[in-house]
Ligand binder design. Structure first.
Ligand code: ZN
Length: 429
């Protein structure tokens, strides 16, 4: 069988940040089948990429995609008020359809920004799965579980059923368990969740050590840090996405292994005054990746913006010669390894999950160093095409979904959220 598609005469930036020029990238059955200077078309579709840069797609390793429907609803508040007075009360009245349209809105924004895969953590996950499959992006979805809820056992059954039902439905979809955090899940609940995860053979995705107070309270109440608590429950025996881990302590490092990935979201940390924590200092000893968190705190879902902020904060408070472009690029690419879709490398056999950039624009010209152009100057307008599994999901600067319809529905649902107002929440941050 011949190739399905050739990206002709492209410049390539690989996962290590190494640039090669004027290559033809052959894609067959969704995978990269050949990278060559020779252009030998048979019957394939050819896309001229002269002067463009082809890179692996971006990964957003921690978000709450449906929270796009709450973007801007909780501004200029403390982190306590953000949770207790705004987000959790609104969420308590959220419907499945709010979730669905919030997720669709989020996915369109991510595709526009060159994201080819994201890790999500939310309720009503069935409808998020629908949104993923309808748009062609890839996602790893963790249905959220609060271990301290009265109906925890019932929720655990429901989530287990969903993971079993949808986990193998498509190569675009993976599911794992989403215990919210050690402070909202008792040790007992964490153990129950991890038993299930091990039985089914999936990982978990959990918020850890987000604030300094959270860590201090854990030590005061239980005598252990959140990381130690998770370790004691078996949390490091499975593939693990740590959301934030901002206030990890030196002593927690011994629990981490090669299958522990951190998704960090500096924009949220700055906005909610969460402090520097330890992740900048420990950057070379942790598998750091980028996440955006939900749009209710980060307002945008572009992982590139987060890595840019990570580098700038690092340079501001440590050293201008550290947080180098190549390291930031690798941080951006590392999320692919965490998700295991066999994407993230420009190599034969890897999935063609790609972003194709035009850096010959006002904001990025001249291009002395393509990584600098991308990391410090680019925006979504530089992404000409986004592709998953060899199929375009953004083509010629346009995301291939009915954006007008999604915007209309998002508007209607945002109006409904305001009309319904806040409900009561039993969980306290
Ligand atoms: Zn989060």
């Amino acid at each position: 069988m011949g190739s399905n598609l050739i990206l002709k005469n492209a410049n390539i930036i690989n996962e290590e940040g190494i640039v090669t020029t004027n290559k033809n990238l052959y894609i067959e059955d969704g995978k990269i089948s050949r990278i060559s200077e020779e252009f030998t078309p048979q019957n394939e579709e050819t896309v001229d990429c002269s002067g463009l840069f082809v890179t692996p797609g971006l990964v957003n390793l921690h978000t709450h995609s449906p929270m796009n429907i709450f973007k801007g609803i909780a501004e200029d508040v403390s982190i306590e008020d953000w949770f207790n007075r705004k987000i959790w009360p609104y969420e308590s009245k959220m419907t499945e359809e709010d979730t669905y349209y919030g997720a669709l809105l989020a996915i369109v924004e991510m595709i526009d920004n060159g994201v080819t895969a994201f890790a999500d953590h939310y309720f009503n996950a069935d409808r998020i799965c629908d949104a993923v499959l309808e748009t062609g992006i890839r996602a790893d979805i963790a249905p959220t579980l609060f271990g301290i809820s009265e109906d925890f056992d019932e929720q655990l059954e429901k989530v287990t059923g969903l993971i079993e039902k949808r986990g193998n439905e498509s190569s675009h979809l993976r599911l794992r368990f989403g215990p919210h955090s050690p402070y909202t899940c008792s040790n007992h609940a964490l153990i129950k969740i991890l038993d299930r995860a091990k039985n089914i053979g999936v990982g978990i995705h959990i918020h850890m050590s987000e604030t300094k107070i959270q860590v201090e309270e854990s030590i005061e109440k239980y005598g252990v840090t959140p990381f130690e608590m998770l370790y004691n429950a078996g949390g490091f025996d499975v593939p693990l996405i740590v959301a934030h881990g901002l206030w990890i302590r030196e002593g927690d490092l011994k629990y981490l292994n090669d299958d522990t990935y951190f998704a960090v979201s500096p924009k949220t940390y700055m906005k909610l005054n969460m402090g520097m924590g330890k992740i900048w200092e420990l950057k070379d000893r942790i598998n750091l990746c980028t996440g955006t968190d939900g749009a209710a705190s980060s307002n945008t879902l572009n992982p590139l913006e987060q890595v840019r902020m990570f580098a700038l904060i690092g340079k501001m408070f440590n050293s201008a010669t550290e947080f180098k472009l190549e390291d930031m690029w690798k941080m951006l690419m590392r999320g692919h390894k965490a998700l295991g879709f066999k994407s993230g490398c420009i190599k034969v056999g890897y999935s063609a999950d790609l972003a194709i950039w035009d850096l010959k624009r006002v904001n990025t010209m001249p291009v002395y160093n393509p990584l600098a152009s991308i990391i410090y100057s680019s925006n979504a307008k530089n992404i000409i095409h986004t592709m998953v599994n060899g199929k375009f999901i953004k083509k010629d600067e346009r995301v291939l979904v009915d954006t007008e319809y999604i915007l209309k529905k998002a508007y209607e649902h945002s109006m409904n959220i305001v009309r319904r107002g806040k409900g009561n929440t039993k969980i306290i941050f």
